[in-house]
Structure formats: C-alpha cells, structure tokens
Design a binder for this molecule. Structure first.
Ligand code: F6P
Length: 392
C-alpha cells in the first residue's frame, strides 16, 4: 500500500526574486489547512538537505505573520552555485553529494518535495529526486522568464515593472540633458525582460541576445529620433546576454571564480557616442531587478502555483511542474521543462509589436517578418566559453 502523505518539504533554489515567499505561504496554507500535513521549509535550497545538521524550519500556521505575501527575497534562503553532483569542496576537489541530499530527505521524513526554481534548478533537483525515488513537484520562478511550458514565471512581472520604472525615471533626465540613455538589464541568455519592459517603457532601441544587431542599425535609429524626429533624447535597453558587434561576450568576474554577464551597456554607450555624436550615459540596473515588493501579478501567480503544486502532491502526480497558460494553472511533465532555457521568439507578438512601433530591435532579413538566419533558437544554447556558466 502507498504510504499516505503526511509531511512535505518546500525549498527555493537558484537566484531569488519577488514572489517566492508568496509561493511558500500558499504551499503551507494549502498543505496545512486543506490536507492537514506538516510543512518543512528547507534552508538555502538543496544545501539545507545536504548539510549536517539538517537546516530547515517548521512552517506552521503561527509562522506566517501577514507580511510574507508582500516581501521580496526568500525567507528560506537559496543558492545558485554548486552542482550537488559535482560539488566543489573546500580543498578544491569535487564530490557527488547527491547521497547526502537523498539521506537528508529520509532523515526529515519528507514524503514529497515542492521545488521553487528556474530551469537549471528543475533539472538538477529533479535528477537528485530521481536518484532517491523522491516525489517532486516544481514551481517555476525566475526574473528571466525563460522556463519552458509556462507563459510566465514568478518574479518576472515584478522585475519587468522595475525596469519599466527605471525607464520612466531615465526619460525625464535624458530629455533635460538631451542625452541617449543606455539601460543594461538582466535576463541571462534571454531577452524577455528587455523586450517587455522596453516596449512598456518607451525605448527606441531594444537589443536582445536572440536577434543580432549592427551598430549602424542602432546608430541610424538614434539619429532618426534625434535629428529626423527632433526629440533630442533617446532610450536604449540592452539585455546583459547580448554580444558585442564583434561577437564577444562581455562578462564580469567575481571573487570565488564566478563569472556573470556584464559590460555590454558600457560598450554600447561608447559606440553610440562615437557613431552618433550624442552624449550618452549608462545605467546598469543589476540586482535591483530581483528585489522589491512583488507585483499583484506575481502574488497571484505564486498563490495559484502554490495551491496547485500541493494538489499535485496530494494526487501523487510527481515529476510535474505547475504552469500558467491561457489564464489558468496547468501542469506539465518536468521532462518537457528541463531541456534548457526558453529563448524569446523572434517571430512572436512582442517583437512584432516593437517593430510595429518603429523600435529598432535587431536585424531581420529581406522578409521583414523573418529574422536573419542566426537568430536565436527556441532553446537557448550556450557557447562553451561564454560568460554566465550554467547555474542552478
Ligand atoms: O537568473 C536570474 C539572474 O538574475 C540573471 O538574470 C542574472 O544573469 C543572474 O541571475 C545573476 O546571478 P547572481 O545573483 O549570481 O549575480
């Protein structure tokens, strides 16, 4: 006979974003109030189950103080480094720590795990769960909005709102000084944040990794705005994962050997100034995009996802991820999600909208509706030597 579900774990994995606490709250409310289960929050993602002593928090109804729905970050902590199958040890060696993870789940007596993560986390944690025959349900979150099979993920709407607001703040100062403002935004290998917020924030140029651009194309657009239309200022949004015109990938190295995308904004600022004669300034929005109070949309998504994830556990429908499609919550096989990151569709409605507004968003071939050969695939591929190595 199958063991009844009595106790579940919930963890956040990968980069934080707004709305994670709202998912944790929804998972706990549904599990405790509807099913009468115990809920353990695992600290620092998979680390909490690999570390000894185990690191977790009992999430009972007294724990939730009324603020969690409104708070950014994750109350449980998270990690986006260290693959548990190839875990970096202090002495520099690598170790497979998946047995520690599986043992941790058994020691805590968890009957299932709800994992809130992006595509990298889904891939790694579902592999970990498979090694120990642990029932897992996934909840998609990421500001990058690059998880397959879901229209949107928790955290994206808030991040895109932050970028839109940044453009609202940049426009008046750009207008006052007759400048071209370049805003570099996150998104890793995908341009969803740049495109969505660029349209909403009135950008003149939006550059995304999925569509190649030329400096001449960018400069022509800016000259058209400044001289042809006489506006005297312009706004450029560039996704951090864009390459230079020469094809290199700007990156920044941090202590501990981590590399992240960064620098394309500075590069464009210099190039645009040289090619147009305009005065330029750059803003790198960075982790500001990950913080803040979750938007209404993210809270709603988080709540709907949390409830549905727990229902899947109750039905023992493991190996699935909750998703948002056509105004409702559905669920899809995790195998369909763990194929990689979801790139922006260069033929999609938003690129069409941007182009329809006259925004320069890269070079397309003869047929205006078809992007050039080298445009991004549906699944993001990574150069072996590219910055931003795959992280969980
Ligand atoms: O995946 C979310 C994200 O914010 C990316 O947009 C960005 O490239 C990356 O994480 C930054 O990672 P870190 O927080 O490690 O600097």
């Amino acid at each position: 006979m199958t063991k009844p579900i009595k106790r579940i774990g919930v963890l956040t994995s990968g980069g934080d974003c707004a709305g994670l606490n709202a998912v944790i709250r929804a998972v706990a409310y549904r599990a405790i109030r509807t099913y009468g289960w115990e809920v353990f929050g695992i600290v620092d993602g998979t680390m909490g189950l690999m570390n000894r002593p185990l690191q977790y928090r009992m999430l009972d109804l007294h724990f939730f103080n009324g603020n969690h729905l409104r708070e950014g970050g994750t109350m449980l902590g998270t990690t986006n480094k260290g693959d548990p199958f190839n875990f970096p040890m202090p002495d520099g060696s690598k170790r497979d720590r998946s047995p520690d993870f599986v043992e941790g789940v058994k020691l805590l007596g968890l009957d299932a795990l709800v994992v809130i993560g992006g595509d990298g986390s889904m891939r790694i944690v579902s592999k970990l769960c498979a090694t120990g025959n642990i029932g897992m349900v996934g909840v998609p979150k990421t500001i990058d909005n690059d998880v397959h099979c879901t229209d949107t993920s928790v955290g994206f709407s808030t991040a895109a709102n932050v970028v839109t607001e940044a453009l609202d703040r940049l426009q008046p100062t750009a207008a006052s000084h007759h400048r071209v403002m370049i805003l570099e935004v996150m998104g890793r290998d995908a341009g969803h944040i740049a495109l969505n917020a660029g349209i909403a924030g009135g950008a003149d140029v939006i550059l995304v990794p999925e569509v190649p651009y030329t400096l001449e194309g960018v400069a022509d657009k800016i000259k058209e705005v400044l001289h042809g239309e006489g506006r005297s200022h312009a706004l450029v949004v560039v996704a951090e994962g864009c390459k230079t015109a020469e094809g290199s990938t700007p990156s920044v190295s941090y202590s501990g050997g981590q590399t992240r995308y960064g620098g394309i904004g500075h590069y464009l600022t210099e190039q645009i100034a040289a090619l147009t004669g305009a005065e330029t300034r750059v803003t790198i929005l960075g982790h500001v995009q990950r913080g803040g109070i979750p938007s209404m949309h993210d809270r709603l998504l988080a709540s709907a996802f949390g409830v549905h994830a727990v229902d899947l556990v109750a039905q023992r429908r493991f190996g699935r991820m909750v998703a948002w499609r056509d105004r409702s919550v559905i669920d899809v096989p995790l195998d369909n999600v763990t194929i990689g990151a979801r790139a922006l569709d260069p033929h999609g409605a938003l690129v069409h909208t941007a182009r329809g507004l006259g925004i320069y968003c890269g070079e397309f071939g003869e047929d205006l509706e078809s992007p050039a050969e080298c445009c991004g695939p549906a699944v993001v591929t990574r150069d072996a030597d590219a910055a931003g190595p795959e992280t969980i």
